[in-house]
Design a protein around this ligand. Structure first.
Ligand code: HEC
Length: 187
């Protein structure tokens, strides 16, 4: 081969190599793209929107705050407290002491969990209810004493009302329950 021929030959080899390299890269990209598309179709059922609930759809660092927002504050705690207060009352009135005790335990737990969310109410909660009026109701339940129970319930509802007054909700005055919320058979 002449010098000129050798040089042309080298250029051709380099060019062919470049084309081959480009083709390989393009093929690899194509293969990956197809695989990803198939995987997405498999996960999400074709063109449907992404599955998962509202929480999963949020960015991971927005989820904790969303959970806190949805759990809400003392108002949801209090809705549960009022429910358990009522059911505890009917348990005692019916002489269903096991049911009354269950509601008593759960009421205390509910208030504690509420204080985890809203610790600013702890001082009042302990003074008005948790370390005073509530355990006194528990004592009457354990004694299965209907007269003592009614007396202690009166103190408890006054304590609920006092805490509301102390915590800027004086219009929430707690009365004796008038309706049963659960279909519980009397013993
Ligand atoms: C720490 C003091 C405290 C004690 C003790 C307390 N509460 Fe409350 N309660 C509050 C506060 C504060 C609110 C208002 C919460 C809010 O809107 O964020 C409230 C709200 C309520 C509400 C309205 C809930 C709603 O739907 O918004 C009810 C019903 C209620 N309390 C019942 C009771 C009963 C029954 C007891 C006693 C067994 C009780 N509370 C004891 C502080 C207290």
């Amino acid at each position: 081969m002449t010098r000129a021929k050798t040089s042309r030959h080298r250029t051709l080899v380099v060019a062919l190599g470049a084309v081959a390299l480009f083709a390989t890269a393009a093929l690899a990209t194509w293969t990956v793209a197809i695989a990803q598309m198939q995987q997405q179709q498999h996960q999400h059922g074709g063109a449907e929107p992404a599955k998962g609930g509202w929480l999963v759809k949020l960015a991971p660092d927005a989820r904790t705050e969303a959970i806190q927002r949805q759990l809400r504050g003392f108002e949801t705690t209090m809705a549960e407290i009022a429910y358990r207060y009522g059911e505890m009352y009917w348990g005692g009135v019916d002489g269903n002491w096991g049911y009354a005790e269950h509601m008593y335990e759960e009421l205390g737990k509910t208030l504690e969990l509420g204080l985890e969310r809203r610790p600013e109410y702890r001082v009042s909660a302990e003074a008005f209810v948790l370390k005073t009026a509530l355990p006194q109701v528990g004592e009457a339940i354990k004694k299965k004493d209907p007269a003592l129970f009614k007396q202690r319930i009166e103190s408890l509802r006054a304590a609920c009302t006092s805490c509301h007054a102390a915590e800027k909700h004086p219009y929430i005055k707690i009365a004796l329950p008038t309706v049963r919320r659960n279909p519980i058979e009397k013993p």
